[in-house]
Design a protein around this ligand. Structure first.
Ligand code: SF4
Length: 353
């Protein structure tokens, strides 16, 4: 797999409309749809481009806001499945998401549905999502997904408010019979800027726990916005082999399209490479200066630039940008001191033009 040629995952924010007001929402989701959202015809044109010009097309994740807010979601999913794309949906759990809706997706050919559960109790999850009853409803919809025969992915956001519940979350996802568990280390963007931060020490301890946990279960466990998970695996799990490909991270195996067609290295990194209304996605991914530079480990600065793990990790570029304003700076959530590193102040250079 050559991550410079094609992304492994494409996450597509079909709309920013959403009935929830989650405390961490990177999209600052709002109740109503934007009339300038990409149309169904524009979505289909992008699907034509990526399904024919990427040698190995990406896993498609349709998200929001809440993608269920789009009345043409079924047509979009059919268009994706018709182009033989592995199609996943990441909906919000609101009264719009019923078992009947999930059954329709199964009928269309959707392979995976991801449900967000941020804590092992209603007190934690409903407080985070700012909607009473969401925890119970999320468990019901999660069970519906597996009963209907689709892959269930659970997404969990980790911040100062939720980190203590991680071991109990680990038990809950086992009970839910998930196919994968994605653990998002919140980047301070959108409404997430106001969340209680997780300390660097707690991030490191949680990633170490997650590395050991991942070897005790038979489903995929991934840390999002924390590529140093690979370092923690190598350091803590005996027998872990040095990876042969770089980490999937911003612009490197991952691409994000927003509701207006802007193409970003990640939903947490608000620097656009261009718009699919004017330039093919495949060209923006492969050839834009922004994406090419983000894939170049020799451009990394600070501790990430000096780190012996930089070619398989490289740190979260989204967090470096959110915290320091420099796309290539060290990831402030990683406490690792590279071999031979001499303590000196981090140089913060201007934001990418
Ligand atoms: S210093 Fe940077 S490259 Fe090294 S492990 Fe930490 S995040 Fe990864």
């Amino acid at each position: 797999m050559d991550l410079a040629k094609a992304p492994h995952v494409l996450t597509w924010e079909l709309t920013r409309a959403c009935g929830l007001k989650c405390r961490h929402c990177r999209a600052n989701a709002i109740p109503r749809r934007n009339p300038r959202e990409l149309t169904l015809a524009e979505v289909e044109a992008v699907l034509d481009d990526l399904s024919t010009r990427f040698e190995i097309p990406p896993l498609m994740v349709f998200t929001g806001g809440d993608p269920v807010e789009r009345p043409d979601l079924r047509e979009i999913l059919k268009a994706s499945v018709a182009r033989k794309l592995h199609t996943a949906v990441s909906p919000s759990v609101t009264p719009l998401l019923t078992r009947k809706v999930l059954a329709e997706w199964k009928e269309i050919g959707v392979k995976t549905v991801s449900i967000s559960i941020d804590g092992p109790s209603a007190a934690v999850h409903d407080g985070f999502r700012r909607m009473d009853g969401t925890f119970v409803a999320s468990l019901e919809r999660a069970r519906d997904v597996t009963e209907l025969g689709m892959n269930l992915q659970v997404n969990t956001s980790v911040c100062g408010d939720t980190v203590a519940g991680m071991p109990s979350m680990g038990e809950l996802v086992k009970e839910l019979k998930v196919s994968s568990w994605e653990v998002f280390f919140v980047v301070p963007t959108g409404r997430g800027r106001a969340l209680p931060k997780i300390t660097t020490e707690d991030t490191e301890a949680t990633l170490k726990w997650l590395a050991l946990y991942s070897k005790t279960v038979d489903f995929r466990v991934t840390a999002i916005a924390a590529p140093q998970f690979r370092r923690l695996l190598l350091q803590n799990v005996p027998g872990t082999k040095w990876p042969t490909i770089p980490a999937v991270r911003e612009a490197q195996g991952f691409v994000f399209i927003d509701h207006l067609g802007e193409v970003y290295p990640s939903g947490y990194l608000p620097v656009s490479a261009g718009n699919v209304r004017h330039t093919p996605l495949t060209s923006l991914y492969r050839d834009s200066q922004l994406f090419r530079e983000l894939r170049d480990p020799d451009l990394l600065r600070g501790r990430c630039g000096a780190c012996e793990y930089k070619r398989i990790c490289g740190g979260s570029r989204a967090r470096a940008y959110a915290v320091t304003g420099d796309l290539q700076n060290e990831d402030p959530a990683c406490p690792y001191i590279p071999e031979g590193w001499e303590e000196r102040p981090t140089v913060v250079l201007p934001v990418h033009a």
